[in-house]
Design a protein around this ligand. Structure first.
Ligand code: SF4
Length: 361
């Protein structure tokens, strides 16, 4: 029984095990309730499934018991990686793997975490052996990192175009890592609209699903990276005469400060301007005309917007300067009274993956 953490580790580790233990029938067990958010869990699982299919290894998916995992590490949120939270995290994943191994009649178990370059081999061995003793199983802990193992692992991941995550998995490690990198934790944004944001985990899920389709159809493809300006809305609230008003913020809206107030003054081609802070308004009728949509009210638009790219086209058609980052807000009716806008968003440099199909094999 091989506990699996991610495809980059499992693809290499399983192949090494197959070489070293050719007589063993391997069963992979994906049990990782530590992974946050759930979309990232699905993405890692999808790629592990692909790898196991390539290698002919049976894969069992464990339960995504995220609440149980959070409860288990309560109080250890601020621990560094390789600290006490990680010990508990390994214990929990190994315990469930050992239980499953016993259930299906296996005598030994191991984990692909053993080849993860950022993990402590010692910490993993102690945890695995302790749990193994409790369940009457042997914990197999080979060191496949040595003798350029990690290099070999990276080459394999590149050759077989595996999904490569860039954080260990849990919410706490992610937040800490992004703070150290001075980067926005954009993995944690989940808009109420469910609109797919550029280079979000949901975007990557779609991309890897399309990749799976190309592979099924035997269409050659490339995954290329591009640098671009990304954007996330943190929050926005429009108040007219002190009352909240339904408003939809068009992507790439940004403000110098988080707050402004004033009156709508000028108008040009049905785009209305606030008398300060480059804020602009359009009504839903114009929005529907430009995008060919049929929203009956802004509230409906908020919860079910069109594609992000469609809204970019809307911005381009209304504000022809390609670098325009003015706030653009859609409302049912252009406010005629004094208004306040509270809004925070972030524009930031990022890298996006794109899938290019090449030709039929
Ligand atoms: S950093 Fe990784 S190993 Fe440590 S608790 Fe978080 S997910 Fe588990």
């Amino acid at each position: 029984m091989v506990h699996i953490c991610c495809s980059v580790d499992s693809h290499f580790f399983l192949q090494k095990l197959m070489k070293e233990f050719p007589e063993e029938k391997l069963t992979a067990y994906f049990y990782d309730p530590n992974i946050h958010p759930y979309s990232e869990y699905l993405l890692r699982l999808m790629d592990v499934r692909r790898s196991c299919e390539m290698l002919g290894v049976k894969l069992i998916e464990g339960e995504y018991d995220y609440e149980g995992w959070l409860e288990a590490v309560r109080g250890l949120e601020n621990e560094p990686e390789k600290g006490r939270r990680c010990t508990l995290c390994f214990d929990r994943r190994f315990e469930e793997s050992a239980r499953k191994a016993r259930e299906i009649g296996e005598k030994s178990f191991t984990s692909t975490l053993l080849v993860s370059p950022k993990k402590s081999l010692e910490q993993l061995r102690i945890s695995g052996e302790k749990i193994g003793r409790r369940y009457g199983l042997s914990f197999v802990a080979p060191d496949y990192r040595k003798a350029s193992g990690t290099q070999e692992q990276n080459s394999l991941a590149k050759r077989d175009r595996l999904y490569r995550q860039d954080y260990c998995g849990c919410l706490y490690a992610l937040v800490r890592q992004r703070e150290e990198q001075k980067r926005l934790s954009d993995e944690l944004f989940s808009p109420v609209s469910a609109q797919i944001q550029p280079e979000s985990i949901e975007y990557r899920l779609q991309l890897y699903e399309k990749r799976a389709k190309l592979e099924r159809e035997k269409v050659e493809y490339q995954i290329v990276k591009e640098r671009f300006l990304n954007w996330r809305l943190k929050y926005a609230l429009l108040r007219v005469k002190g009352q909240p008003v339904a408003s939809h913020v068009v992507p790439y809206s940004s403000m110098k400060r988080g707050y402004t107030r004033g009156r709508v003054e000028g108008e040009s081609a049905r785009v209305y301007r606030l008398n300060r802070d480059e804020v602009k308004f359009i009504d839903l009728t114009l929005y529907n005309e430009i995008l060919g949509t049929k929203y009956s009210c802004v509230k409906e638009l908020i919860f079910s917007p069109p594609l992000f790219e469609d809204e970019l086209n809307l911005r381009r058609s209304l504000l022809p300067n390609a670098y325009d980052l003015s706030t653009l807000i859609v409302v049912d009716e252009i406010p005629s009274s004094k208004l306040e806008l509270i809004m925070d968003s972030e524009c930031y440099e990022d890298t996006i993956e794109r899938l290019l199909s090449v030709n039929k094999i």
